[in-house]
Design a protein around this ligand. Structure first.
Ligand code: G6P
Length: 608
């Protein structure tokens, strides 16, 4: 969360910084600010509200002269999203400006210390201590000052530093949060995410924790924690800026929903050769795989929901016990994990703080870690023993769509690959499953085409105050994601329940005002779902049923129906999610919600 960007070059910095901020707004959008060095002093504009508001205040950046600067878009942790709490923060003498992503955990002690020395604080943020520490330690050597300052900080801090006494030089520091350097011609950059850089350069350096960098228009120098210069590999970003733009759609979310056939294909196709599944960046022998007595999947949010689907599919095919646990819970347990555990970490961004912490905890106990990640070069991808990249392309909307479905595709590939290697399925079943995986992109397309009327259903139901999603088995795991999708972008209260569990309490909430979305795609459990539908209808609820295409019985049970293309039963969660994403999207649109940037949320949660 929070997006940071820095630029130093020969052209006006502020317009470049604002452009970068616009692309980072998915990380936080409650306030934004920019600071540039104008040749004499630091000029700064910051305000609560969107990056667009900041652009208006600065006339698109034109009002701020200066060719080096830093900028920030905020997701508030310490202090409300006010003008004063917005970043950058200035030192008392105005010679330093600092932007920060993360949480300085010892800020209270540092603040007390600095106040004791006479420093006056303007904001309630943890970040402001950094600005004052920079002033306090500055002795004419900016590198040494940055190192001394960073050595006082505990917690997570990705920092950008601008100093009025060092024209054209920027410093940035990485500790527990994403930071990427961009190499241009006669200009250089840093940012939280490559999306902020690709319109200007595709040559990037992924920073590691404990490293910091000095940028001038001509050079980038990276140092380790001790200040020793280190050599970093320059990577080339393979996608174009169009991938991070709306391309004619009203919202990134709709664009990303529509991209799913292609995104799932990008996950699947490179991994299937001559009818066999193989991973370019991950391999285990049969003996190694047999040495694991369980698999633990950990993740947050939608990635956790993908993990829940993965649990059903992997257990069913591989007959290995699978636990799926929220990373924020796993990290503070004393989990039974050792060298016989295969850990699967799922993350779109590869930067989620809780997921990284849970991963470290489990790897520290000897688990082998396989990461399923979208963002190339992200922290999780680099920490893991092996990686399966989902290759979904950049995902900008805060509510994940293609990020989630490509995670499912990667988990299916893994499950079939492992079941084949372990000899738990015969060749015919293996071949059938592989062709079912290959059929997923066209099933997704069909799910999009089948459900043109989902918009009308959303018009009918958008005034609901509360609803339930129910399902059994894999449909239950899918219900969790369908419910989350709706609540995060439409703010309508929604809960997912295992259909059989409803009668143990939640059914008390069912009345004639309630809509129940019943996921009935597991055909073996269809009759059981019909019983649950009848239970809620008997209490007056309306039912929106999801069933495999061609299932006529659902029309007798549900008030409205969404069809899901038929395919392998184990893989239904993937096409099933398409109408649910569309349903959430259209309801949020009917209700005038800010679909791509829902209130209080951030796409990449890099704080605890
Ligand atoms: C945030 C996002 C969710 C996402 C979760 C995990 O809460 O809003 O959409 O599922 O983080 O993110 P990750 O990048 O680890 O998949």
């Amino acid at each position: 969360m929070c997006g940071i960007v820095g630029f130093t070059g020969c052209t006006q910095a502020a317009p470049v910084l604002l452009d970068g901020l616009r692309r980072l707004e998915y990380r936080g959008y409650d306030s934004a600010g920019v600071a540039v060095f104008d040749g004499e002093r630091i000029e700064m504009v910051k305000a609560s509200g969107s990056v667009e508001h900041l652009a208006e205040l600065t006339d698109g950046g034109a009002k701020l002269r200066g060719t080096s600067g830093i900028a920030h878009t905020r997701w508030a942790t310490h202090g409300a999203p006010t003008d004063t709490n917005a970043h950058p923060h200035l030192s008392e003498n105005g010679r330093f400006a600092v932007i920060h992503n993360g949480i300085v955990e010892n800020f209270a002690a540092l603040r007390a210390e600095l106040e004791g020395e006479g420093y006056v604080f303007a904001s309630e943020t943890d970040t402001e201590v950094v600005a004052h520490l920079l002033e306090k330690y500055y002795d004419g050597d900016l590198k040494r000052t940055v190192m001394r300052t960073a050595s006082r900080l505990e917690g997570s801090y990705v920092l950008g530093v601008l100093c009025a006494d060092e024209p054209g030089r920027l410093f940035c520091v990485k500790e527990a949060g994403p930071l990427i350097l961009g190499l241009g011609v006669g200009e250089n950059y840093f940012a939280s995410d490559v999306t902020a850089l690709v319109s200007r350069t595709k040559n990037v350096i992924y920073m590691d924790d404990g490293e910091f960098a000095e940028l001038t228009s001509e050079h980038i120098t990276v140092f380790d924690r001790t200040g020793r210069e280190i050599t970093k590999t320059v990577s080339h970003v393979v996608w174009d800026i169009e991938a991070a733009e709306k391309g004619g759609y009203d919202h990134f979310m709709m664009k990303e929903i529509m991209e799913q056939p292609r995104a799932v294909k990008s996950t699947v196709e490179p991994r299937i050769r001559d009818g066999k599944i193989c991973f370019e960046d991950f391999d285990l022998s049969r003996a190694e795989l047999e040495s694991y007595n369980k698999i633990v999947i950990t993740a947050c949010g939608s990635a956790y929901h993908a993990g829940m689907v993965g649990k059903y599919v992997i257990e069913s095919l591989c007959r290995i016990p699978v636990e799926c646990e929220l990373a924020s819970e796993l990290r503070y347990r004393d989990p039974i994990i050792d060298g016989h555990t295969l850990l699967i970490v799922v993350s779109q961004s590869g930067e989620t703080a809780d997921t990284i912490a849970a991963m470290r905890e489990c790897m520290g106990r000897g688990a082998h870690c396989l990461a399923i990640v979208n963002v190339v070069g992200s922290t999780i991808a680099r920490l893991a023993d092996s990686v399966i990249y989902t290759h979904a392309g950049p995902e900008i909307a805060v509510a994940t769509t293609k990020g989630y479905t490509t995670q499912l595709a990667a988990l299916y590939l893994f499950a079939v690959w492992a079941a084949g290697l372990l000899g738990r399925i015969d060749e015919a079943r293996y071949a059938g499953l592989v062709s079912s995986i290959r059929a997923l992109p066209s099933q997704v397309q069909r799910a999009i085409d089948l459900n043109v009327h989902v918009k009308y259903l959303a018009e009918r139901w958008h005034e609901l105050k509360s609803l339930f999603f129910i399902g059994r088995n894999i449909d239950y795991a899918a219900a969790m994601e369908g419910s989350l999708k709706l609540k995060e972008i439409s703010y309508i209260h929604s809960e997912a329940y295992a259909a059989g569990e409803l009668k143990h309490g939640t059914i008390a909430l069912i009345d004639e005002k309630r809509l129940v979305v019943a996921l009935c795609c597991q055909e073996a459990l269809f009759d059981k779902m019909v019983s649950n539908i009848q239970e809620v209808k008997a209490r007056g609820a309306k039912v929106l049923g999801l069933a495999p295409e061609g299932n006529r019985r659902i029309f007798a049970e549900a008030d409205d129906v969404l069809y899901v293309p038929r395919g392998e039963q184990l893989f239904t969660a993937l096409p099933e999610m398409i109408p649910l994403q569309l349903f959430a999207y259209y309801i949020a649109r009917e209700n005038g919600c800010d679909i791509d940037k829902p209130r209080n949320l951030a796409k990449s949660v890099t704080v605890e």
